[in-house]
Design a protein around this ligand. Structure first.
Ligand SMILES: [Ca+2]
Ligand SMILES: [Ca+2]
Length: 148
């Protein structure tokens, strides 16, 4: 028999596939016979330093501004499944504390969110990725958008 692995973008560690004989017809199993195949994960842990965000340089009052976050591991592999570990906020500017849409996992290493500015000015953003429970600033900043 053939065991085929399907590549994904999840950082999950190596996984074992154990094949065992369940029942034998017209014979007797000679001891316990199993075969183990280990699927090596090719994603590492996501790192904030390798990740980045894409913030439009300009925005408009009452118009949703879409922001894309890209999560990578230290080897720059794209990492999916991290929406719950991401956070975004506006830390300075007229829309400080604005509410963001829930972060959507696009399942390709990118994540999307948005906010709708209510006032004109320059908004500054903070993006974090939780590394082992510690929110850590993601790379590529500082990030800002000029709302008019
Ligand atoms: Ca993979
Ligand atoms: Ca994987």
């Amino acid at each position: 028999m053939t065991v085929s692995a399907v590549d994904d973008l999840l950082s999950e560690g190596s996984e074992d596939v154990v094949v065992d004989i369940d029942a034998v017809t017209n014979g007797t199993e000679d001891g316990i016979q199993t075969a183990t195949v280990t699927i090596a994960d090719d994603e590492g842990s996501p790192t904030a330093a390798s990740s980045s965000a894409s913030v439009p340089a300009t925005g408009a009052v009452d118009v949703a501004t879409t922001i894309v976050i890209t999560v990578r591991d230290a080897s720059n592999n794209l990492i999916a499944g991290q929406a719950a570990n991401l956070a975004v906020s506006i830390t300075a500017g007229p829309n400080t504390g604005a509410t963001f849409a829930a972060i959507t996992d696009n399942a390709n290493g990118t994540y999307t969110t948005s906010y709708t500015p209510a006032a004109a000015g320059v908004d500054s953003f903070a993006f974090t990725l939780s590394e082992g429970g510690t929110p850590t600033a993601i790379g590529g900043g500082p990030y800002s958008s000029t709302v008019s």
